[in-house]
Design a protein. Structure first.
Length: 194
C-alpha cells in the first residue's frame, strides 16, 4: 500500500510527484542544470510544465545535454534539424532563444566566474522560504523576479519574462514555495548546497 505523503496539490501524476519530491525548490548550483532549467522554463511558455517534463529526455538529446558551449554554436542547419524533431517543442523563436541564451550564459560565466555566482547573488546565496498555506497564495511573479528578468533582458537573454523567471527561481530553489501542508515544506535540503 502506498504511503500517504502530503504534497503540493499540483503534484498529481507520477512524473509530477518525482519532480516535486526530488527537484522543485531544491537549491541547484550545477552550471549545466542551471542552464537546462533556464531553457526548459522558456520552452514552457504557453504550455504546461507536464508537457515539458514529458519531453525532457528528448530535449536533453536534441540539445546536447544542455551543454551551453555546444548550444551557443548552433547554426541555421541545426535550427532546421530541431524544427523537424517532433519529440521537442518546435517553436523557432524558442529554439533561437536557447542559442542566444547559451551565448549570454557563457558571457555571464566569464564575467562572474559562474552563472551560479550570478544568479544566487540576488539572494546572497540563501534560499527564500515562503510560508504559503495554499497554492493559490503563490504569486506568478515578484519584485525580485521582475528585477532578475529586467537584468537578464538587458544582458541579451530571451524568453525571460518575470513569470518565467519566477518559475525558474522555484525550479532551482532560489525560492521554496512548497506549501505549509507539504512534506517538503522547510525540508532541510532546501538549505543545503550541492
Amino acid at each position: 500500500m502506498e504511503e500517504l505523503i502530503q504534497r503540493c496539490s499540483w503534484a498529481t501524476t507520477d512524473l509530477y510527484k518525482e519532480y516535486h519530491d526530488n527537484e522543485w525548490g531544491k537549491p541547484v548550483h550545477d552550471e549545466n542544470k542551471l542552464f537546462e532549467m533556464l531553457i526548459l522554463e522558456g520552452m514552457q511558455a504557453g504550455l504546461s510544465w507536464l508537457t515539458i517534463l514529458n519531453k525532457r529526455e528528448a530535449f536533453r538529446i536534441a540539445f546536447d545535454n544542455f551543454d551551453c558551449k555546444k548550444v551557443a554554436l548552433y547554426d541555421d542547419a541545426k535550427i532546421e534539424e530541431l524544427m523537424q524533431n517532433s519529440s521537442i517543442v518546435r517553436n523557432r523563436l524558442k529554439i533561437k532563444s536557447a542559442i542566444t541564451n547559451a551565448q549570454q550564459f557563457i558571457k555571464i560565466q566569464e564575467s562572474y566566474g559562474s552563472f551560479d555566482s550570478f544568479i544566487w547573488s540576488y539572494v546572497d546565496g540563501k534560499p527564500i522560504l515562503n510560508q504559503f498555506q495554499t497554492e493559490t497564495d503563490i504569486p506568478a511573479r515578484t519584485a525580485l523576479s521582475d528585477q532578475i528578468s529586467k537584468d537578464l533582458k538587458e544582458l541579451g537573454f530571451k524568453f525571460v519574462g518575470s513569470t518565467i523567471i519566477y518559475a525558474y527561481m522555484q525550479a532551482i530553489g532560489i525560492v521554496n514555495d512548497h506549501v505549509k501542508g507539504c512534506h517538503l515544506y522547510a525540508n532541510k535540503w532546501h538549505f543545503t548546497f550541492d
